[in-house]
Write a protein of this length. Structure first.
Length: 554
């Protein structure tokens, strides 16, 4: 890939590559800090080498009361090996616990499919339409809570809000062991949705304090592999817990809700102690030495700021003002990603949601049903990590993400037109397993939305809006498989094929749109004189992706 450089006087330079990215000093800093000088020190690609740039951002950090401003050091250097060791430490301290917390979310969000494999619907006098309705109200509540949760998190800090969320929803999750019928089932679904909504963008915001934009999608892929790991572990746990049917007069699904809810509660309590607010706030009364040395703290902070200086334009306890919120909401250049979020995961959702019911209808008993879901979770992990690493390696988001609908399309075609569906026991199982093993593009899309937001306030809102769009898609998907259409769901699968084809077209249109937007800005920027560019960078009131010197990733 060839690149060219557009000089911007004393304010730094804009590196344009043929993928349409622009890496700049005032708007979006270089995301690759792996380069080092001849002495092995990370000083290349440092936007703060320019004193004008350094002074500009130092003043901005002081004005924003950025919590890490006292360790901002434009002249700090470190070796590539130092950085690698520090990133490994971050992975163990930060990323690993984020995965554990996501495990807690998925345990209580996903164990309903295991519960229904134990005749829960019959025990409560419900049918699959009631099951669909319960999933829908959960997703509606989850969607409604997304943005308010993100605003609360930004005000009091994700390190406080996330543990509170986990503890609260675990209490509701435990209470499901006492369900008596449809009304209590719906009530707990609504409460879980309200309390769990916003958790994912809150975690993404917290991770962005420690990782560069280049590193974040890979960490998010680890984050979402915990979804599949949860599926494996809870399938094994369900195999044991469902055998408790009859103990204390309870169905096995009641023991499932009780035990898994208690596990989540313990994770929530531990999170109060294992989530520092930022790299400079790891020292506390129960951790007097903190996680990092003073030098490591400085490296963590400065490497993130050199990647994206705008990460210091807000304090981590600073609320998003109504004006900032409105500016983020009306940023139409991010809406293609929100539209993708609505439709991209619909084709895979019904087969995944119904996999345990499908296997039961094929004649598998409750225990083997849960064990048979393990293979697709294993393949899901592998494909997710491979897809995200491919995106990082190629610096390509749109076409790599499009591999997801390309994978599922032939499987959905087979589900709709293959005569052996729902009658060929092992053939149907194999087909559904291949489909649900699809390469999951969610980590790429979340990182993509974050990158194209380009400041903390916009990033907080865009993360919530993107996840809200995904929840809208989940609500839609809950009504595609209808009770009248079972067991082959021919009408439902035809709908999924059509939506899947539209997802492929949407990815291509999104790439075309961002290339067009970047070329528009290139044309305006090229027509400006050098002094006009300098004046614009130093005086513009626009922020984030609205800036003329910002280029969209695609």
């Amino acid at each position: 890939m060839t690149s060219k450089t557009v000089e911007v006087g004393d304010t730094g330079s804009h590196d344009l590559d043929d993928a349409g990215d622009v890496k700049r000093s005032h708007g979006q800093a270089p995301s690759d800090l792996s380069g080092s000088d001849e002495n092995g020190l990370s000083s290349e690609k440092n936007p703060f080498n320019d004193q004008t740039v350094a002074i500009y951002w130092r003043a901005a950090y002081e004005k924003s009361n950025y919590e890490c401003r006292h360790v901002f050091d434009p002249s700090l250097t470190w070796s590539e090996e130092e950085e690698k060791r520090l990133v490994r430490k971050l992975d163990w301290r930060v990323c690993l616990w984020a995965c554990v917390m996501f495990f807690a979310l998925q345990v209580d969000r996903g164990n309903l499919s295991q519960a229904v494999s134990d005749n829960m619907l019959d025990d409560l006098g419900m049918n699959t339409d009631d099951y669909n309705y319960g999933n829908s109200v959960f997703r509606v509540a989850f969607l409604i809570a997304e943005l308010p949760s993100q605003l609360v998190s930004k005000k009091i800090g994700p390190d406080r809000w996330i543990p509170m969320q986990i503890v609260l929803w675990s209490i509701v999750a435990i209470s499901q062991c006492a369900l008596t019928g449809r009304s209590t089932f719906i009530a707990t679904r609504v409460l879980l949705g309200f309390l769990e909504g916003g958790f994912i963008p809150d975690i993404v915001l917290w991770l962005s304090y420690f990782y560069t934009s280049r590193e974040l999608p890979i960490r998010l892929s680890y984050f979402w592999t915990s979804l599949s790991v949860t599926g494996i572990l809870t399938s094994l746990l369900a195999f044991a817990l469902l055998h408790l049917r009859g103990v204390n007069g309870w169905g096995g699904w009641r023991w499932l809700f009780l035990v898994e809810g208690l596990i989540t509660f313990l994770v929530g309590v531990a999170s109060f102690f294992l989530m520092p607010a930022s790299a400079v706030q790891t020292k506390t009364w129960f951790r007097p030495k903190g996680w990092f040395t003073d030098r490591e703290v400085a490296i963590v902070v400065n490497r993130v700021l050199r990647d994206d200086p705008s990460k210091g334009d807000m304090n981590n306890r600073q609320a998003i003002t109504p004006k900032r919120l409105w500016e983020s909401l009306k940023d139409y250049d991010l809406w293609p990603l929100y539209i993708i979020g609505v439709v991209a995961f619909i084709p895979q959702a019904p087969p995944t949601t119904y996999i345990t019911l499908t296997l039961r209808n094929l004649g598998f008993d409750p225990f083997n049903t849960n064990l048979l879901t393990i293979p697709y979770n294993v393949f899901h992990i592998i494909n997710l990590i491979l897809l995200t690493r491919l995106s990082e390696k190629l610096n390509e988001r749109t076409l790599v993400s499009m591999l997801q609908p390309l994978w599922t399309l032939p499987c959905l075609v087979a589900l709709r037109w293959w005569s052996g569906v729902a009658t060929d026991k092992w053939g149907t199982y194999a087909l559904v397993t291949v489909l649900t093993s699809y390469p999951y593009a969610h980590a790429i899309l979340v990182g993509w939305a974050s990158k194209n937001s380009n400041n903390v306030g916009a990033r907080s809102v865009s993360a919530a809006l993107y996840n809200m769009s995904v929840q809208v898609g989940s609500i839609i998907s809950a009504y595609i498989y209808q009770d009248y259409d079972k067991p082959k769901y021919k009408d439902g699968n035809l709908t999924l094929v059509i939506i899947n084809c539209s997802v492929i077209a949407l990815f291509l249109l999104t790439k075309v749109y961002y290339i067009w937007r970047n070329r528009q800005r290139d044309k305006v920027w090229a027509a400006m004189t050098e002094q006009e560019r300098i004046d614009y960078v130093n005086s513009t009131k626009l922020s984030g992706s609205r800036r003329l010197d910002f280029r969209f990733a695609h």
